[in-house]
Ligand binder design. Structure first.
Ligand SMILES: NC(=O)c1ccc[n+]([C@@H]2O[C@H](COP(=O)([O-])OP(=O)(O)OC[C@H]3O[C@@H](n4cnc5c(N)ncnc54)[C@H](O)[C@@H]3O)[C@@H](O)[C@H]2O)c1
Length: 1595
């Protein structure tokens, strides 16, 4: 067509690839005129159809009618089919539905199919074309960049199956491939970047020039797709913009390479393998992260990792790796697995080194077992013309996220090396060369994140252009002479965490010239840490000079919005005590001000003068001289005069090596007693850190030889380094970390000063050094502007320490120095060195000669995740907390319940030192006490680490070393519990107490200071409510909670739901109250039937916070405490965000995470953790969970999630990796969705060791799934204010439904006995069944003997269970298969339970619940520890149960009275361990006996009397003489309600509680009910009905 310009590329000998812009008319006419057909079928997906289908229809129809009107062509038709977008369409079903469409429309062999779309449409439609009618012609019209440059070229077509991607397909070449780059204008930008990965890859392996263009022109390439072309501009060459030309040339360049390679090696035998650069590792990553992360994104990371393999093997230079990294970053592609887009995914957990290697094992390129990787030798060329065999160990090392330094002597001793270019000089040189006029060749530029960010920003501001020479060793800077422009609207300059760039660019941005529009500004921003780093003083100075600069988020930090006004100049005052970079920033830009600048530094001490001198020296090299003023005495002032001018680029500028980096190899020589020479840095250096060797290492005992350009250090023999009493490192602050690790092994104390600014670097470095050195056992003391390090001999330092690096390169490198002498040191984030020395680990190994191993923390962590707990159940419990918080009280209560000894550390201290704590402090001072206290702690944690409760002094957390010991203890051994108590109560308590040393400072101050330390050191928090709650029931609840909490967290008896096992069903009730205390009075009713309570934390609201629904931690804590006192059910802690159907703000991820951590600290049994939470957060929760369980959950509210689709599989795998229970929630659109769900669950459960899965569909159509789900089905209750989710059913509703569908058959329960017509049991059990919706029924079977009819009943298939009463409690025993220990001991059975042993065989089990009813009736009123002695009246079967109950409580003395002593004796003999003493009278207590506080009467009421009636046992008031505490009397006779004994008790003291026989009957009935049904009996309703019936029958 005359008005369309296309570029043609040849493939397999034909010019079939046509490229251009706005090609639709061209495509229609070319296809119709050259591929004659009766039917043209265009297939596309709905996303593309929305934008482009109408145009195609119009063009084809008009072209068809035009060609038909010309005559000759038979009538042809144009059909179109729109399919669903996404990879799931690329399936057998997808293929079949297209084929059905073609057949239905009677398409024949002459059909031409047009595939309009991305790789999915291309692959799928291509495959249909390959087999439809044994192959029809087809045309590729790719609409994504990936499809244009990759999938449409080469003829590969395929579909996916559940077994894998692209497993079924064919080679089928299209007749044409039309590349219309205008389609990219509608493509989402992430998809564009996805395609750019392939474009960059092709250039990287094939063509350096092309790569250089991609590298430097990213912004223009993006611009070409971001601004839509109007009026078909670009269709002809004449209308094509420069940006369009560029875009097209990039695409055509890439296609040409692929077309060339395909043509030479169509069947992928060698050369074609090269296009797999980045794919060996990229595919493995993709296999784990698909479909969330796109193919190109995975390949992008794969390319970097494979390039690093090349670098590690010494094939590729760091320069090339750096260029590749920056280039991919420029297209918004991830370049490492730590990219937040990846690291925050739950599936990222699965990216372990082993897993990735395992996936790589089945790569098609492999030869046998050996893996093959395409290795680059430089940008634009590969090492071999094919993939190269690489050993697993090398790949593993590159993949691992942490490094382990192998201690030893450097094998390359004496070492001679140079370090990478200085970061400070590189950044200054970049700014100077960019602002200068002319061209400058920068040599030895540091290739790092910092410089990359700086270069990208300068390009963004159009301040200069950059290109590379010598394979990237030389950077050619074309200076802009000070010309800079405002970036396009909406485009922010992102600086990551590059501090220098942020400081320098702030002033540079003021120089930008605007176009005159009023709202133009330049915005610079950074990552979260950058947004905390200060920039205020610089901004203040510039503002004072007339510049308009706004803080967009927090005052004093990035992001900044800077108006393009230029610099006014004149006098500028700048506070320079925080950072010298502010000064350098102003100096560098000062010549471009309108007036000469006089810069006056204020704020006292100027920090890091050498850096200021460096800036001035470099400015001079670029042609501008700065004058520093001096006073009359010749003393230099902090005032500088800078003339107006323009920098002139020198032809070449060579960047000195980095002196801060040089400190690491030099320190290794010092610490290992070897020699190291660093070239390129000597006494003439501009860098302050160049003094490190002379001023620090020489003083410490090393031999240092420094020439102008070289520095050599030789360390003394190992162990002989001397500490430096005091050193001011203000001129070399960055080197203080290196100095600290050397000081850690020097003899004596080293005091480092002048480094306060290190608190505001990449992290708070002073704190970081203290915390990490403490892990090695090195003590430090923090100073206002420094740090004191107390050295220890190497042999005493802790080995195998895992160092957290705070994403700070200097922390990582400094500790790797220590690692050369301390075995097994692990540096957790090895990649953080990329900032200044990306190949540090390679150099440490290859140039210094220290072995470095890769460590996969991922698998270390996931191993501990699946191990459930690393703490042992028998590990001692450590209690910490403020003095007066209740540690001693709690400690004793816990100790007595666990039967472990309790140690009070203060008491032990006194015993050991033979002096009171107070006196010790008085004599020796606090510091000495803290040292002694820490030593004792260390001893305690080793000597008493099993089965003890240890209560520590309140001040134990004051030293970093003790804190580290506590942290290590809870990480590796057992629980450290912080006992918390409100400050006012502590104050009240301590007011009266003086046995321990006074604080010497106000208690609230101490409380404030220690609060974060307690938090940091504790694994758990226990809120001490003991003294607050006065009421008896509260006290009981609190006591109960102390026991529950400690038994749970130690794992002695985790409070978990027993029904959560295969074959049983479990349920939880979701509490949907804003304030749960409103539910407490009905908690029994609400929790009917359920196994756990879900706390919907997002719905909690204390009504005090406005504008957000995040409940405060203390509110949540109080709510939980209140609920704990009312129920012993386990809790599920859940936070649902708004997008998950809850109320928690989606943006409050961090707050949610804090609440989840709180839940674990409080010993919550189940934690619902959404998989959408960032992976590191999930990982941390898993590592902290202890004996609690994680429910890993995924909710899809869209209704699009398919239970047989890949997303569910992905989520299941992710949940399986982190959770103990898997929860997946979808939404049903029809009943069928529930069957798909059931299929999925069945398949998941068929795997060995499958974890419990909770899978349900939301919505009323999903109710079926709620009925069938066996694990923790969420239920509602009619009394709740709202349902937690649509479609939720109550427990009873689900039981009724289960019965109706045959899943819960009706069972018959009976009572055997005689006479039993007045029994309360039918009312009791039938009410329970009814309330819970169970279909069962309970009836009486009165019989004269245990005969055939009883046998028939208990062997019938619908037999559910039986109660047995007088006179058959003994007679039934022969019919049973097994007795419980209690029934055995008591010698009577009152409950029969049919149970299944191995799943099929049914056995009849006999139990006795009478004793449980008695025990419960006692302990409800008197704690078991408080039962001092008991009296039992009677010697029959019930008395046996009573004695058994008392024995189980541990009562130390039981008195037994029976009218006939002989029977009493028989009973006493039956329980030799129950301490039974027989009494002959009950109306007098022998002298010396304290009367009992428990009385149980088991004789009929009419056999007793309060008067001396004939025949009856006379009861006197003397029975109730006990007055010293709570006491209880139980009459087992339940007719009449008030027996003579209970009547008498009424007249006794207030401390006596009466329990009627009916109460005991109820209690034992509840137990019976639970034994039969596995459900807690709904007590309140049942009790109410039974009492009503009792009132009717017993008059
Ligand atoms: N055959 C081969 O040699 C080969 C090579 C590489 C990849 N592939 C295959 O390619 C597929 C991936 O292809 P893809 O990345 O193009 O994904 P895709 O086809 O799924 O397209 C990506 C998304 O962009 C939308 N989209 C496409 N063009 C658009 C446009 N112009 N405007 C707006 N939206 C648009 C699509 O609807 C889709 O949602 C995979 O199945 C992969 O296996 C095949």
């Amino acid at each position: 067509m005359a008005d369309t310009d296309v570029l043609k590329v040849s493939i397999l000998g034909r010019d079939s690839i046509h490229c251009g812009f706005h090609l639709v008319p061209y495509i229609a006419s070319t296809v119709i005129s050259t591929l004659t057909s009766s039917t043209y079928v265009l297939i596309t997906d709905s996303n593309i159809a929305r934008h482009h289908l109408a145009t195609f229809e119009a063009e084809f129809n008009s072209a068809l009618s035009a060609s038909q009107s010309v005559g000759g062509t038979p009538k042809s038709r144009f059909l179109s089919l729109v399919i669903a977008p996404g990879e799931t369409s690329k399936s057998r079903e997808g293929k079949a539905s297209i084929e059905d469409f073609l057949l239905l429309n009677r398409c024949t062999r002459d059909t031409v199919i047009l595939a309009l779309g991305g790789g999915v449409v291309g692959d799928l439609v291509g495959f249909v074309a390959a087999t439809f009618m044994r192959g029809v012609r087809f045309v590729q019209i790719p609409t994504t960049l990936l499809a244009m440059v990759d999938s449409s070229v080469g003829g590969k077509t395929a579909i996916d199956t559940p077994h894998g991607k692209n497993l079924i397909g064919a080679f089928w070449q299209p007749k044409y491939i039309f590349i219309d780059a205008a389609f990219l204008e509608t493509l989402p930008s992430r998809e564009f970047s996805n395609g750019m990965a392939e474009v960059v890859k092709t250039a990287a392996i094939w063509n350096e020039d092309e790569f250089a263009a991609l590298e430097s022109r990213a912004a223009e390439i993006f611009a070409a797709i971001q601004s839509p072309s109007t009026n078909n501009s670009g269709r002809t060459k004449a209308t094509r913009s420069a940006a369009q030309e560029l875009l097209l040339s990039v695409i055509v360049g890439s296609i040409s390479v692929k077309a060339h390679i395909v043509t030479i090696d169509e069947l992928e035998t060698g050369l074609r393998n090269l296009v797999n650069f980045g794919h060996t590792i990229g595919h493995a990553i993709e296999a784990v992260l698909t479909p969330t992360i796109l193919h190109g994104e995975c390949v992008s990371i794969g390319m970097i990792l494979e390039a690093e393999i090349s670098r590690q093997m010494g094939i590729l230079s760091q320069v090339a790796v750096g260029r590749l990294t920056r280039c991919l970053k420029a297209y918004n592609l991830p370049i490492s697995l730590t990219d937040p887009r990846i690291a925050n995914l739950p599936t990222a957990k699965l990216l372990t080194v082993d897993r990735l290697l395992d996936i790589m094992r089945i790569d098609k390129k492999n030869s046998g077992d050996a893996k093959k990787v395409v290795l680059l030798s430089r940008i634009g060329a590969t090492y071999e013309p094919k993939a190269t065999v690489v050993q697993d160990a090398i790949i593993a090392k590159t993949l691992s996220d942490a490094a382990k330094v192998v201690a030893g002597v450097p094998t390359h001793h004496p070492v001679k090396m140079s370090t990478p270019g200085s970061k400070s000089i590189s950044n200054r040189a970049l700014v100077l060369a960019a602002l200068a006029k002319g061209t400058c060749r920068l040599k030895n530029l540091l290739h790092s994140d910092d410089t990359a960010v700086m270069m990208a920003a300068l390009v963004e501001l159009k301040g200069a252009s950059f290109s590379w020479e010598d394979g990237g060793d030389t950077l050619v800077v074309q200076g802009g002479g000070g010309g800079l422009s405002v970036p396009p609207k909406g485009k922010e300059i992102y600086l990551g965490n590059a501090g220098t760039a942020a400081r320098f660019l702030t002033t540079v941005c003021t120089l930008v010239q605007g176009s005159g529009a009023s709202d133009e500004t330049t915005i610079i921003t950074g990552n979260a840490r950058m947004k905390q780093r200060p920039i205020g003083p610089l901004v203040d100075a510039l503002r004072a000079n007339g510049n308009n600069i706004d803080f967009l988020e927090s005052t004093g930090c990035l992001p900044l919005s800077i108006a393009p006004q230029g610099l006014k100049g004149g006098h500028i005052r700048l506070a320079a005590s925080v950072s010298s970079q502010y000064v350098s920033s102003v100096l560098l830009c000062a010549p471009y001000a309108r007036e000469p600048i006089t810069l006056e530094l204020t704020g006292g001490q100027v920090i890091s003068q050498p850096y200021i001198d460096m800036t001035i020296a470099m400015m001079r090299t670029f042609g501008v001289s700065v004058a520093r003023r001096i006073d009359e005495a010749g003393k230099a002032l902090d005032i500088y005069d800078i003339p107006v001018g323009v920098y002139v680029n020198p032809e070449e500028y060579s960047i000195e090596s980095d002196a801060s980096s040089a400190t690491y190899p030099l320190a290794i020589a010092a610490i290992t007693g070897t020699t190291c020479t660093i070239q390129n840095i000597g006494s003439s250096s501009l860098q302050g850190d160049a003094r490190f060797a002379k001023e620090v290492l020489e003083t410490m005992g090393c031999t240092v030889v420094q020439t102008e350009t070289e520095t050599t250090v030789t360390g003394p023999p190992q162990g002989q380094l001397k500490a430096i009493e005091e050193i001011d490192m203000e001129v070399m602050t960055d080197a203080f970390l290196t100095a600290s690790v050397v000081a850690a092994v020097a003899n004596g104390k080293t005091r480092i000063l002048g480094i306060a600014n290190q608190r505001v670097k990449e992290c708070n470095r002073i704190r970081a050094m203290m915390d990490e050195l403490a892990k090695f056992g090195v003590q430090t003391i923090e100073l206002d502007d420094g740090l004191e390090v107390i050295g220890r001999p190497i042999s005493e330092l802790t080995k195998g320490v895992s160092v957290h690096c705070y994403d700070d390169h200097r922390v990582a490198m400094a500790f790797s120095v220590l690692g050369t002498v301390i075995d097994g040191t692990i540096l957790e984030e090895k990649r953080c060195v990329e900032k200044t020395w990306p190949n540090w680990w390679d150099d440490l190994e290859n140039k210094i000669g220290i072995d470095v191993k890769g460590i996969d923390l991922h698998s270390v962590n996931s191993a501990s995740a699946s191990n459930t707990v690393s703490q042992e159940a028998s590990a001692s419990i450590i209690l910490i907390g403020m003095r007066g918080s209740g540690k001693t009280f709690t400690g004793h209560l816990v100790a007595s319940n666990l039967d472990w000894p309790c140690i009070d550390a203060d008491a032990l201290f006194e015993e050991k030192h033979q002096i009171g704590v107070r006196e010790f402090v008085h004599q020796n001072g606090w510091p000495a006490f803290r040292v002694a206290e820490t030593a004792l702690l260390q001893e305690l944690l080793t000597a008493y680490d099993q089965k003890h409760v240890i209560s520590l002094g309140g001040g134990i957390v004051e030293t970093a070393e003790a804190r580290q010991l506590l942290k290590d203890y809870h990480r590796n051994k057992g629980p450290v519990v912080h006992i918390m108590r409100p400050l006012d109560e502590i104050l009240a308590y301590l007011g009266a107490e003086a046995s321990r040393p006074a604080y010497g400072e106000p208690i609230p101050v101490v409380y404030e200071r220690r609060a974060p330390w307690f938090k940091e050191c504790a694994s758990h928090e226990f809120v001490n409510h003991v003294s607050i709650d006065a009421s008896m029931s509260n006290k009981k609840g609190t006591r109960h909670e102390v026991i529950r909490f400690f038994k749970h967290i130690t794992g002695q008896q985790p409070n978990l739901a027993s029904n959560l096992v295969p074959g049983k069903r479990s349920y939880f009730l979701a509490l949907t109250y804003p304030d749960i205390t409103h539910a407490l009075h009905r908690i029994d009713e609400l929790t009917q039937g359920v196994d756990a309570l879900e706390l919907r934390v997002d719905l909690l609201s204390d009504m005090t916070s406005f504008g957000g629904s995040i409940p405060s931690k203390s509110y949540v804590q109080d709510q939980i405490a209140a609920l704990r006192r009312s129920t012993s059910l386990p809790f599920i802690f859940t936070i649902r965000t708004v997008s998950q159907g809850g109320a928690f703000p989606d943006s409050a991820e961090k707050e949610g995470f804090e609440l989840l951590k709180l839940a674990l600290a409080l010993g919550i049994e189940y934690l619902d953790v959404e998989l959408s939470l960032p992976e590191p957060m999930i990982r941390e929760l898993v590592s902290r969970k202890g004996h609690s369980k994680i429910i890993a959950s995924w909710h899809d509210w869209s209704g699009n999630m398919k239970w047989d689709g890949p997303v569910v599989k992905e989520k299941y795998a992710a949940a399986d990796a982190v959770g103990d229970i898997i929860k997946i929630v979808g939404k049903a659109n029809s009943l069928r969705d529930n069957f798909a769900l059931a299929e999925f669950v069945m398949e998941a459960n068929s795997k060995p060791n499958a974890k419990p899965i909770l899978a349900i569909n939301m919505g009323s159509q999903g109710q079926m799934s709620r009925i069938l789900n066996p694990t923790f089905s969420p239920v509602s209750h009619p009394l709740l204010p709202t349902k937690a989710a649509p479609g939720q059913l109550s427990f009873a509703e689900i039981q009724r439904a289960l019965h109706l569908i045959g899943e819960l058959p009706r069972q018959r329960y009976v009572l055997f006995g005689n006479p039993i017509s007045h029994s309360m049991s039918p009312t009791l059990h039938n009410t329970g069944f009814e309330v819970l919706g169970l279909p069962h029924f309970y009836e009486l079977q009165q019989t004269t003997e245990v005969g055939q009819d009883v046998k028939a009943t208990i062997t019938a298939p619908d037999f559910g269970g039986a109660s047995v009463t007088i006179p058959f409690k003994l007679d039934v025993i022969p019919l049973l298969d097994k007795l419980s220990p209690a029934a055995e001991a008591i010698g009577a059975v009152n409950t029969i339970i049919p149970t299944r042993t191995n799943g099929t065989d049914r056995i009849l089990y006999g139990d006795n619940t009478d004793w449980l009813g008695i025990r419960k009736s006692i302990t409800l009123h008197v704690h078991s520890e408080s039962v001092h002695s008991a009296l039992v009246i009677g010697a029959g079967g019930t008395a046996r149960a009573a004695i058994y109950a008392l024995q189980s409580i541990g009562v130390k003395q039981v008195y037994l009275f029976n009218r006939t002593r002989r029977s009493a004796q028989v009973l006493a003999d039956a329980f030799p361990h129950a301490h039974v003493e027989i009494l002959d009278s009950i109306n007098e207590w022998p002298s010396g006996i304290v009367p009992p506080n428990v009385i149980v009467s088991t004789v009929p009421a009419d056999a007793t009397s309060t008067t001396e009636a004939s025949g009856a046992l006379t009861l006197s008031r003397n029975l109730f003489l006990y007055r010293d505490g709570p006491a209880v009397v139980i009459d087992m006779a339940y007719k009449p309600a008030v027996t003579p004994l209970l009547a008498l008790a009424k007249e006794a003291g207030d401390n006596w509680t009466s329990v009627q026989g009916l109460d005991v009957l109820l209690e034992q009935g509840y137990v019976q009910f639970e034994l039969w049904t596995g459900r807690v009996c709904p007590k309140s309703v049942v009790a109410e009905r039974v009492r009503a019936r009792y009132a009717e029958t017993v008059v």
